[in-house]
Design a protein around this ligand. Structure first.
Ligand code: BES
Ligand code: MN
Ligand code: ZN
Length: 509
């Protein structure tokens, strides 16, 4: 998909289809008014006759509009102007793109960024428009024998802005395209079946990224892990025929001495639960248990496409979690890379076991901050549903930074407590602590477990179990939290654009 920024009055710009917003109660936006004048009152007529109300998410395609530089006009309902919020705005863009796709449009001029929701600016609307368009048009059909391509694809979208806003719009668009590409990578990796997307496949993908973007690459294998003493990561890998990997990709946008932001993504390429076997229903969705890994790879790809002036490391502990004669048993005690011992009471709480050794390994990078991203607990889905990622942190400024980035990206997180009171649930009679804390506050005790490996740096933990993929008819990876992570890196790099209505606070360095 090609995106461009166009300035000038919408009625003067040549396009296959011009897209303009209509507010509820048949109130045309400024762009719709300009088109109305150019078409001798066409839109006014339609609105007057009650053919289009402007209800949120509704669309009306008008074909063969004579006497204008465009062949078609697409009206998109925005709802009441006072109620135009971020979600409504995104819904309108999604509806417009679907209508364009279904009508077989090849190119269009989208005037929706004219009307950003309250508290947001035009660059924000540009960014969201491009990201939502890419998100809507994404498809994953590489595993189909004959992909169905009914209509010709939408090839190019021009986004219209006022001429004084063109520079900011261009910068916003560039970032949006980078974020969209990072999301698409994350979705592709998440959607791949678990017999294809193995730990070694993730390493191969990381190597391809390293080549394409000139990133540093390190891949540890099982022997390296043994030599280093990564007993927890190895304990999860024991049951699988697939060898584990610990992948590190390094993007250097700043000087060598600049401490990196380290993003650690859970890379369980299939989670059966191990000996603590999961029930059969929907177990296929546990191929998505590497969406944390996919997210950090997508984020570092976006950072490098944006050429952000900062250093980033994406680290991915990758393994399957399988049962078998060699698998870890409930009751086994292992020694983590940190030296702390863990009683594995449930082999299905495996994410924290692979993350903890990666977190200790990250200490040698002297990170400015570490953010781990994981489809860690079913309990987080119960707590926050499919809307917000769960956030925990040992550093209030970093937590604020993550929350603000999520707010700007509209890829939101919600903070939960990491109080010592919960740590007691991890008590073990036999080892330093256990890997589970019982049913109450399951996602909090998971975070408490991880916090014991984050003593050396500011750390935040994102539990993306509820947001990384959709189930049912629309089953598939979402690409979250790539937008959040990308906005956080943008802010750290001081490259903010389209970032209104989050905090304006400067992030800590
Ligand atoms: N990958 C799962 C978490 C998960 C489950 C995410 C369902 C999304 C949907 C994780 O490894 C897991 O199995 N967690 C257990 C932890 C429990 C044994 C303490 C869980 O949430 O049940
Ligand atoms: Mn599990
Ligand atoms: Zn898991």
């Amino acid at each position: 998909m090609d995106f461009s920024i166009r300035t000038g009055s919408p009625d003067k710009l040549r396009t296959g289809c011009v897209v303009a917003g209509i507010f509820a109660a048949r109130r045309p936006s400024a762009a719709a008014q300009a088109i109305d004048r150019a078409t001798g009152g066409l839109i006014g007529d339609i609105l007057k006759r009650g053919d289009f109300e402007g209800r949120p998410g509704s669309t009306l395609m008008l074909a063969r509009v004579s006497g204008t530089p465009f062949e078609r006009v697409l009206l998109v309902g925005l709802g009441a102007e006072a109620d135009l919020n971020e979600q409504r705005f995104r819904e309108a863009v999604r509806a417009a793109v679907l209508a364009l796709r279904d009508a077989g449009a090849r190119d269009a001029l989208v005037c929706l960024p004219d009307t950003p929701p309250a508290g947001r600016d035009m660059p924000w609307a540009i960014k969201q428009t491009a990201i939502v368009a890419l998100d809507t048009l994404y498809r994953f059909d590489r595993m189909k024998s004959a992909p169905d391509r009914a209509t010709l694809p939408l090839r190019s979208l021009a986004l219209r802005v006022g001429s004084r806003e063109a520079a900011a719009a261009g910068a916003a668009l560039e970032q949006a395209v980078a974020i969209g590409q990072g999301m698409a990578l994350a979705r592709d990796l998440g959607n791949l079946p678990p017999n294809v997307c193995t730990p070694s496949h993730l390493a191969t993908e990381a190597a391809a990224l390293a080549r394409a973007h000139r990133l540093g690459l390190e891949v540890l294998d099982q022997r390296d892990m043994q030599r280093l003493g990564m007993g927890a990561l190895l304990a999860v890998a024991r049951g699988s025929r697939q060898p584990p990997r610990l992948i590190s990709l390094t993007y250097r946008g700043a000087g060598r001495r600049d401490a990196p932001v380290v993003l650690i993504g859970k890379g369980i390429t299939f989670d059966t639960g191990g000996i603590s076997l999961k029930p059969a229903a929907e177990m296929d969705e546990m191929k998505f248990d590497m969406c944390g890994a996919a997210g950090v790879l997508g984020a570092i790809k976006a950072a490098s496409l944006m050429r952000l002036p900062l250093n980033v490391v994406a680290m991915v502990p990758a393994t399957e979690n399988m049962p078998g004669g060699n698998a870890t048993r409930p009751g086994d005690i292992v020694t983590t890379l940190s030296g702390q011992t863990v009683e594995i009471l449930n082999t299905d709480a495996e994410g924290r076991l692979i993350l903890c050794d990666a977190m200790t390994y990250a200490e040698r990078l002297k990170p400015a901050a570490v953010i781990d991203v994981a489809t860690l607990t079913g309990a987080c889905v119960i707590a926050l549903g499919h809307v917000a990622s769960g956030l925990w942190s040992n550093d209030d400024a970093l937590a604020r930074e993550v929350l603000d980035a999520g707010q700007r990206a509209w890829d939101r997180a919600w903070q939960l407590p990491l109080w010592d009171d919960y740590q007691e649930q991890l008590r073990s009679n036999f080892a330093d602590f256990a890997n589970i804390g019982g049913r109450p506050a399951g996602s909090i005790t998971a975070a408490c477990y991880l916090s014991r490996f984050a003593r050396k740096y500011p750390w935040a933990h994102l539990d993306i179990a509820g947001v990384a993929w959709r189930s049912g008819r629309e089953k598939g990876a979402t690409g979250r939290p790539v937008p959040l992570l990308a906005e956080l890196l943008i802010a750290r790099a001081g490259a903010g654009v389209g970032a209104s209505a989050g905090s304006t606070r400067r992030p800590r360095r």
